[in-house]
Design a protein around this ligand. Structure first.
Ligand code: MRU
Length: 365
């Protein structure tokens, strides 16, 4: 996607020095575009856990480069066995992180140590390129849904939660890919962007992305979605996900479940867009089995923004003595999901449909 006319991916390596991994620091958006240079696995781990990069597919791709940087320094079996769990521990909910690390480990085990740095770079680059192709396919399948809704209508209003756009993947995004394609195809789409407290991925990232691409959108507070649905002002919901169980339960950013409940009550279709690397074939029951990341209470008790004089400001917004809880994700049961938009097509959120769509992957468990 483009930022002010220049094409970007969310992660890349320097042309002149492939041992420098470049990312867009998402903690600085939308106020500044800072592009740090990451050269060690420890820096990669920090970028993931402090959310300089975030979004399930992107943290997987970033971790893959973390393995490559580790192999450059020390390609031994021991180094590989150390770096994989170190990177896996950075964030617990998104299965894409584990998926990418397992893929790297499998690929590198087939090579003698002397070949591992080059092999790791090639595998990380392949993960990134495949992510772009996968998201493009998700976009094309989702576009069909939006096109169908657009028939005879003036405008299609789509609500989304958090950020599942190009900045959450290597390019295109998952939930936002169909929206970008619909907009590019001349369909009149309008996006209701949930602010997504506490880290505000909606108003700081999704609104920024959509604005850069010229997609009409309106930022709303997290509690407003049900109200807009009751008034008939939401035609569909599309969200991303960090992990889908083989039975179709969906973990996504905290607050997604409430949107799914409101959508069901109002007859609004609720779609989840995902690459198959987000499916955890090892578990069925999302409520009992998906680890939910608990982040620092300070993310709830404070808020950061730009003061009117242009300086960045972090202020406390909760009484000094109050405690705060900060679960980062929740689980939407499969029964509330109208369909899963994948790179192979759209399927129902249940075990039979998912296994029929991905027989090659389902059979591996
Ligand atoms: O905590 P975050 O910002 O990493 O959470 C991101 C989400 O919840 C996204 O919806 C999900 O990772 C899908 S990104 C294509």
């Amino acid at each position: 996607m483009k930022i002010d006319g220049t094409p970007y991916r969310s992660i890349w390596v320097d042309d002149a020095d492939r041992w420098s991994v470049r990312i867009i620091d998402q903690t600085k958006l939308p106020w500044a575009i800072e592009i740090p240079r990451l050269t060690t696995p420890e820096q990669i781990a920090h970028a993931i856990s402090a959310m300089l990069v975030r979004g399930a597919p992107l943290i997987g791709a970033t971790a893959a480069y973390g393995v490559a940087l580790a192999m450059r320094a020390d390609p031994s079996d021991e180094a590989l066995e150390t770096v994989v769990p170190m990177l896996a521990a950075t964030r617990p909910t998104a299965i894409n992180l584990r998926w990418a690390l397992m893929r790297m480990q499998r690929a590198l085990s087939a090579h003698p140590p002397a070949e591992r740095a080059d092999a790791a770079y090639a595998e990380a680059a392949a993960i990134c390129d495949e992510d772009v192709a996968t998201n493009r396919a998700i976009g094309e399948h989702g576009l069909g849904l939006i096109r169908a809704r657009a028939q005879g209508r003036r405008r299609v209003n789509i609500l989304t939660h958090c950020n599942a756009g190009w900045i959450a993947t290597v390019d295109w995004g998952t939930a936002l890919a169909p929206i970008y394609m619909a907009h590019d195809a001349g369909i009149d789409v309008h996006v209701l962007v949930d602010e997504t407290r506490p880290r505000n991925q909606g108003f700081s990232l999704t609104a920024w992305e959509l604005g850069k691409h010229g997609v009409p959108h309106t930022v709303i507070v997290d509690n407003a979605g049900g109200h807009f649905m009751q008034r008939g002002e939401v035609d569909m919901v599309i969200v991303g996900t960090d992990r889908v169980t083989r039975a179709g339960d969906v973990a996504n950013k905290i607050g997604t479940y409430l949107k799914a409940l409101a959508a069901r009550d109002n007859g609004v279709p609720f779609y989840v867009a995902l690459p198959s690397s987000t499916i955890d074939w090892t578990i069925a029951d999302g409520l009992g089995s998906i680890p939910i990341e608990e982040r620092a209470p300070a993310e709830v008790t404070t808020i950061t923004g730009r003061a009117l004089d242009g300086s960045m400001l972090t202020v406390r917004i909760v009484p000094k003595d109050s405690t705060a809880a900060n679960p980062a994700f929740d689980v939407t049961p499969a029964r509330l999901v109208s369909g899963l938009i994948t790179e192979r097509g759209i399927c129902a959120a249940n075990e039979r449909a998912l296994a029929a769509m991905f027989p090659d992957q389902a059979l591996q468990t």
